[in-house]
Design a protein around this ligand. Structure first.
Ligand SMILES: [Ca+2]
Length: 559
């Protein structure tokens, strides 16, 4: 029940996130204020911090206390030790579930019931519903809705001490506390041999995607399968483009329509080895694309989407078949962060206890729960950790359109990037507005990636205003609010924006459609429905705006 903040940063002077320039760097983005950000010596590599233009501001203390580091707190213990379970946040009731798993690696230690964590009461409960079988370790699970009822669907799994894997699918209704097993006609085809565990998994658009797999003690696999709970019995699975590598235990998270992965396990003929290869999957085009590799070999963990970036939580594998660094000898507690807008990795505050094969999930906003897993000595844990950062209510790119008024373009945090189509004037100025649920303090603001810099920022109650200048056209930028603190917790908040002047219809390209759209509004009053066509933000829509759009035809946002 102890929700006291635990300081886990080794340096109280360092900020929690360092974005590396390993994969995306320009001299412009070099750190300017070394006192504000610790260049992290993680991995023993010469990482260069790529946060620029942090506006120094004295750390304000929350009421009655000193500034808190962004980080994790201890939650209540699970009812049992638990490894190889899947963590699922269930939006309908706001609770967190640990599905399946085992209390140890001994035969017969398989779990028989779901565990439920209630954030309101800060307690765990063992549910009455019982699993259909003992093959409940290393399942793939996700929340899907069929017939208006959201449920947790789980696929596959193995049994402690066994080398077989089931292909069956069951659904758990947490509200009714009932489990329904689907017929064999809906078994996961990726486990045709009866020995393959799901690799990575994520839900997009009410479909569960499973990619790769671990053919137990034999191989890793690369098939991609999509499960649609609303399709007819026997036709719920669809095979899609193969994962680009043979991998099992792949950390993955969905952000918008795209699934991002980070490493995963490779079978080398004798043992599993963690890898760094990372990919993204566009569910709208059925395409896998390579992204920047995660900085350290990682597998056997879950990844989550918080604020539109992917956090890869701990993980790791002791059995590295390569020159060993200290970190490989035990599960990791590092938290790697991937920014889709930047295609770049950073490192955040580690969770408290290094662990792997543990259930974890986020609420789609700013909270993460994790519990159990294996400790460095291979024993299963029963401890829980909670990350709770200030919740962003909304974010906008704001411009004043002369006498017509102020108009905002929404900047979604966890979906596709919002596109600013208005010009920034002679010095390419823009302004971001970020609204939190309650009053906050902010220690600094900087750009993680993109060309431009923060000229100033201010905080008024729950609203943060960030002024940017020198923001060039046709790029994605990510601004990060450092160490945002409210009464519930603290964290770093990245806000991304696409800048594409003239893209009045917001489809990431400027072409004849944008010209036509702007022409159609010439002479009309500027309103909430057509302000994007006032591309110079002058307060009127005229031939000048049409000329601006025409001059930008052919430009587009980078992929
Ligand atoms: Ca367009």
């Amino acid at each position: 029940m102890n929700r006291m903040k635990t300081r886990i940063s080794t340096s109280s002077q360092s900020y929690p996130v360092s974005w590396t320039s390993l994969f995306s760097a320009s001299a412009k983005n070099m750190l300017r204020s070394p006192a504000r950000f610790a260049s992290n010596a993680l991995l023993g590599l010469a990482l260069t911090v790529a946060v620029c233009d942090i506006k120094a501001q004295s750390a304000k203390s929350p009421k009655g206390g000193s500034p808190l580091p962004a980080g994790w707190t201890n939650g209540p213990n699970l009812p049992t030790t638990l490894a190889r379970a899947v963590g699922i946040h269930f939006p309908a009731n706001g609770r967190f579930y640990a599905m399946g798993g085992r209390s140890s690696d001994s035969v017969g230690s398989d779990q028989t019931n779901p565990f439920e964590y209630n954030p309101t009461t800060n307690t765990w409960a063992t549910k009455a519903a019982t699993y259909p079988d003992a093959h409940v370790s290393d399942m793939a699970c996700g929340v899907l809705t069929d017939g208006g009822t959201p449920q947790i669907y789980c696929v596959g799994g193995s049994q402690a001490g066994q080398t077989t894997a089931t292909a069956r699918v069951f659904s758990y209704d947490p509200v009714a506390d009932t489990i329904t097993t689907l017929t064999a006609a809906d078994n996961w085809p990726g486990d045709a041999s009866g020995t393959i565990l799901p690799g990575g998994f994520a839900v997009v658009g009410n479909k569960l995607y499973i990619f790769g797999g671990f053919d137990i003690n034999n191989a890793t696999t690369h098939q991609t399968w999509q499960f649609d709970p609303t399709a007819a019995v026997g036709s719920r699975w669809l095979q899609l483009s193969d994962y680009p590598a043979d991998r099992g235990y792949i950390p993955a998270a969905a952000i918008g329509n795209v699934i991002y992965t980070a490493g995963g396990s490779l079978w080398d003929g004798t043992a599993l080895r963690d890898t760094t290869d990372s990919f993204k999957y566009d569910t709208t085009t059925d395409t896998w694309t390579t992204i920047a590799s995660i900085p350290s070999p990682t597998a056997e963990t879950q990844a989550v989407n918080v604020y539109g970036v992917m956090l890869v939580l701990a993980g790791g594998e002791a059995n590295q078949k390569r020159p060993m660094l200290t970190r490989d000898l035990a599960p990791l507690s590092y938290r790697f962060i991937y920014s889709p807008s930047c295609n770049m990795w950073g490192q955040g505050v580690s969770n408290i206890v290094p662990r792997r094969h543990f259930p974890a999930d986020a609420d789609g906003g700013s909270r993460i729960w994790l519990a159990g897993g294996y400790a460095g000595n291979g024993s299963a844990l029963n401890t829980m950790e909670i990350y709770e950062a200030p919740a962003v209510q909304s974010a906008f790119s704001r411009k004043v359109h002369g006498d017509a008024g102020t108009f905002d373009i929404s900047l979604p945090l966890s979906d596709n990037v919002g596109i600013e189509c208005r010009s920034g004037g002679a010095t390419n100025d823009y302004q971001m507005i970020i609204n939190f649920a309650t009053s906050v303090t902010v220690n600094g603001v900087g750009m993680i990636c993109g060309t431009g810099h923060v000229s100033s920022f201010s905080v008024s109650g729950s609203q943060v205003t960030v002024n940017l200048t020198g923001v060039t056209n046709a790029q994605r930028i990510t601004v990060q609010l450092q160490n945002v603190i409210d009464s519930s917790g603290s964290g770093d908040v990245p806000i991304s924006m696409g800048v594409l002047v003239g893209d009045v219809n917001g489809n990431a390209a400027v072409n004849a459609s944008d010209v036509s759209l702007t022409k159609s509004q010439v002479g009309q009053p500027v309103t909430t429905s057509n302000f994007r066509e006032d591309v110079n933000a002058g307060g009127t829509i005229s031939s000048t705006d049409v000329a601006v759009v025409k001059s930008d035809v052919g430009t587009s946002l980078p992929p």
